[in-house]
Write a protein that binds this ligand. Structure first.
Ligand code: NAP
Length: 311
């Protein structure tokens, strides 16, 4: 007799009492749903957000769903190295253990914008900021048994190339190319980080996730036809293309909590398109596994951010 394979759902997230989870971009979309589930399972959840007002609103919404939730807010703008340093200092001072760092925040900028550090904004928000934050919190993570670092990538990584000749799109800026480059960087960061973690005495692991296509605030800057297509208003007509944020967050939750998950694994909706569905371990492109490019990106990220990892 053949039965359907059981699907992984939020109900599979084990009890999280006593654990501390830092989630970037927790006020909206996938980050919010991830935070809500962790709070419901008893974790101390740090909502690391660039707007304290939006974080407070998210805090209230989570409290409404889980009145006993243990929540903290941390101001963090990933597009500012000064803010990343301040946030890392605050987090280290307030949290003796960090069990999970979820590098979730990200987005796509339609126009070329440059941060105060001279970085292209999409690269700064999606990759360089998280690279710096992770490096600054690494010793706290290494000291916490069973800790994990989960970084949210995208099926868009398939179209990405790391353009070392023009990493910041100064000569030519195409928004999709900048975003796909950054999401490829998320995977390359995870794989290189995992290789480095294996050389330490700690059992910390690095994993990646993708949400398929999820109806969040992600498309806020897109032209309205694209926003409409990605919204749930067309449902069930577009249910093959886009799923609710609660489903989109499952890949992150599985990477963060599945006891069987291994370092370097990548979780998200499976299948040919990987647009929707319950998360499974999926493969990323051959390009994402290019160790030469991973190492070069690592060196460049250290140089740009000034955050140098041990080893
Ligand atoms: N939705 C999808 O279909 C999809 C597909 C593939 C990958 N992803 C990835 O999933 C992750 C979450 O996106 P989402 O879909 O949940 O979109 P979202 O609803 O727009 O949430 C993005 C979050 O990132 C935060 N953020 C943006 N810039 C930031 C900065 N400089 N510093 C700190 N936080 C910042 C946003 O804060 P504000 O609210 O203050 O702007 C927001 O909390 C992103 O990494 C995205 O690339 C999404």
């Amino acid at each position: 007799m053949t039965g359907a394979r059981p699907v992984w759902t939020a109900a599979d997230v084990p009890d999280q009492q006593g654990r501390t989870v830092v989630i970037t971009g927790a006020n909206s979309g996938l980050g919010f749903e991830t935070a809500r589930v962790f709070a419901e399972r008893g974790a101390t959840v740090v909502l690391a957000c660039r707007s304290l007002e939006r974080a407070a609103d998210a805090e209230a919404r989570i409290k409404a769903a889980a009145p006993d939730a243990r929540l903290a807010v941390q101001e963090l703008d990933l597009a500012s190295l000064a803010s990343v340093h301040r946030a890392a200092d605050d987090l280290r001072a307030s949290h003796p253990r960090i069990d999970l760092l979820i590098n979730n925040a990200g987005g796509l900028r339609l126009r070329h914008e440059v941060t105060e550090d001279g970085f292209e904004l999409t690269l700064a928000t999606n990759h360089l900021g998280p690279f710096a934050l992770t490096g600054l919190l690494l010793d706290r993570l290494l000291a916490t048994p069973g800790s994990r670092i989960v970084t949210v990538s995208s099926i868009g990584h398939r179209h990405g190339r790391i353009n070392f000749a023009d990493l910041h799109g100064r000569r030519r800026y195409l928004a999709p190319a900048a975003y796909f480059q950054a999401k490829l960087a998320n995977l390359m960061f995870t794989y290189e980080l995992q290789r480095r973690l294996q050389t330490t005495a700690a059992d910390t692991i690095a994993l990646a996730a993708h949400p398929g296509n999820a109806s969040t605030e992600f498309g806020r800057d897109l032209p309205s036809p694209a926003r409409f297509l990605m919204s749930q208003r067309l449902s069930p007509l577009n249910s093959w293309l886009v799923q609710p944020p609660q489903m989109g967050a499952l890949g992150t939750l599985r990477a963060a909590t599945d006891p069987k998950a291994e370092g370097g694994a990548y979780y998200g909706p499976p299948g040919l398109t990987q647009f929707t569905g319950h998360p499974e371990r999926v493969e990323s492109t051959a390009r994402s596994h290019d160790t030469g490019v991973q190492r070069r990106l690592w060196q460049e990220s250290q140089r740009l951010t000034g955050v140098v990892y041990p080893g």
